[in-house]
Ligand binder design. Structure first.
Ligand code: HAM
Length: 420
């Protein structure tokens, strides 16, 4: 029988690589925790209707990419393709918006599922860390989120990313623009499917990657020229606040997003070393989403950063993360008595917070020392019958190769002072 493989479009995170993913998640979460965002976790699947209404019936995500299924009990569910709709659903369900403390600021980290055509940077199972600030209309909140994402990427050592910024208007000005764009698109030489898309969701056509389509779009009307005064003023303030924070961005009047809930501020973080899947993160304001899923008016803003693509971006820039050593001390016992003594020492070290590991399985000195080397430990303690008879263990500095005898009762304190 052939062995199983991970499903198409998925991959496993395996040590030592997996440590990078943890570090990336941690680096994105740190500025959020530091800014009043509380941790939220929602189920990996939801009622399919939540995404259909929230993300949008005409989006690729809902029409083509959703893992939707019927349960044995007859429920229509879908694996979550994104986090915003779920987080808002959970906040509404828990009445967080009624606690009189708006905005409700939440962050999350988890797996998301989209049935996409797999390629480098695009997977069917991927991981995001996201943030949502629910229930406040304040340009400073939009600015805060953009600044925190910038801080997260920079703390990882990432430099070659750009922030693209746009405003998608609101329910006053967008319909006017939508019609102007539709009129323009109908005059172009487009295929059936694209024309259909122009009817249902004309803004998505701006995002068409095909060069012949892009060429025809050169003179397309821009939302920028249709924004109402309120949207214009809002956007200007977001721009000023980010600029004052020293965060560089580019205005991208053609930036549209693959989800329908956005209003006003929208942004994307792109990395130039990633080829076609260049978006390492994205987000924006979604002032109407709460009402779309049956809640009260709750203007909100958020983003999600892709962990997989952030790791690829770090690799593309050649950034080596400063990962904590997995093991500082490795214990190599020779014989039964030594096994018991060193195992107790390892337990003691661990209690003190020192990363320690042990040579398991009956191994000879040579094999055990190989394991010690592979572990990356700075120090190895070796003990045999004769050492213990003399009341000592051998402490080997794996960097210098020096070896000294240290008293059995002193070894833990000695290692603590050396590693402290
Ligand atoms: P999104 O732009 O669809 O937005 O996804 C955010 C990020 O997730 C992308 O920039 C990318 O890094 C990563 N990502 C998306 N799809 C894949 C994939 N198939 N493979 C690998 N990485 C992927 C959202 O999901 C919104 N919920 C963001 C948001 C939060 N807006 C407001 N609040």
């Amino acid at each position: 029988m052939s062995t199983f493989q991970a499903p198409k479009g998925t991959y496993d995170l395996i040590p030592p690589e997996s440590a990078k993913y943890l570090a990336v998640r941690e680096a994105i979460a740190a500025p959020l925790r530091n800014s009043g965002y509380g941790y939220i976790e929602t189920p990996g699947f939801e009622n399919v209707e939540l995404f259909a209404r929230g993300v949008g019936e005409s989006t690729d995500i809902v029409t083509k990419e959703m893992y939707a299924f019927e349960t044995k009990g007859g429920d229509q569910l879908a694996l979550r393709p994104e986090g915003t709709a779920s987080v808002l659903r959970a906040a509404l369900e828990a009445n967080l918006h009624k606690l009189g403390n708006l905005p409700v600021k939440l962050w999350y980290s988890g797996s998301y599922y989209r049935y996409e055509r797999p390629q480098k940077g695009r997977y069917r199972h991927f991981s995001q860390v996201g943030a949502e600030a629910i229930g406040a209309e304040d340009p400073a909140l939009d600015a805060e989120l953009i600044i925190l994402a910038d801080q997260a990427y920079r703390s990882l050592g990432l430099r070659n990313f750009r922030i693209l910024l746009n405003s998608l208007g609101d329910k006053e000005c967008r319909p006017v623009y939508r019609e102007a764009l539709q009129t323009f698109l109908r005059g172009l030489d487009l295929d059936e499917e694209t024309l259909r898309r122009a009817d249902i969701n004309p803004l998505r056509v701006l995002d068409d990657k095909r060069p012949d389509v892009q060429k025809q779009l050169t003179d397309a009307p821009l939302l920028r020229d249709y924004l109402c005064d309120a949207c214009k003023a809002y956007h200007e303030e977001v721009r000023e606040l980010i600029t004052a924070a020293g965060v560089a961005f580019e205005d991208d009047p053609k930036l549209v997003r693959g989800l329908d809930y956005y209003t006003r501020t929208t942004f994307e973080f792109v990395h130039d070393g990633l080829g076609s899947q260049s978006a390492v993160g994205g987000g924006g304001r979604y002032d109407g989403l709460s009402e779309m899923i049956g809640g009260p008016a709750l203007p909100s803003v958020g983003w999600a950063l892709g962990v997989d693509r952030t790791v690829l971006a770090l690799e593309a820039e050649g950034v080596e993360l400063q990962l904590p050593a997995l093991t500082s001390v490795f214990a190599v016992p020779l014989g039964e008595e030594a096994r018991r003594v060193l195992f107790a020492k390892v337990t003691e070290l661990r209690k003190l917070g020192i990363a320690a590991d042990f040579s398991y399985g009956a191994k000879g000195l040579k094999g055990a020392m190989k394991n010690a080397n592979r572990s990356g430990a700075r120090y190895t303690i070796v003990a045999g019958e004769r050492d213990l008879a003399e009341g000592v263990v051998q402490l080997k500095d794996m960097e210098s190769g020096d070896q000294t005898a240290v008293g059995v009762n002193e070894i833990v304190a000695e290692l603590e002072s050396k590693l402290g």
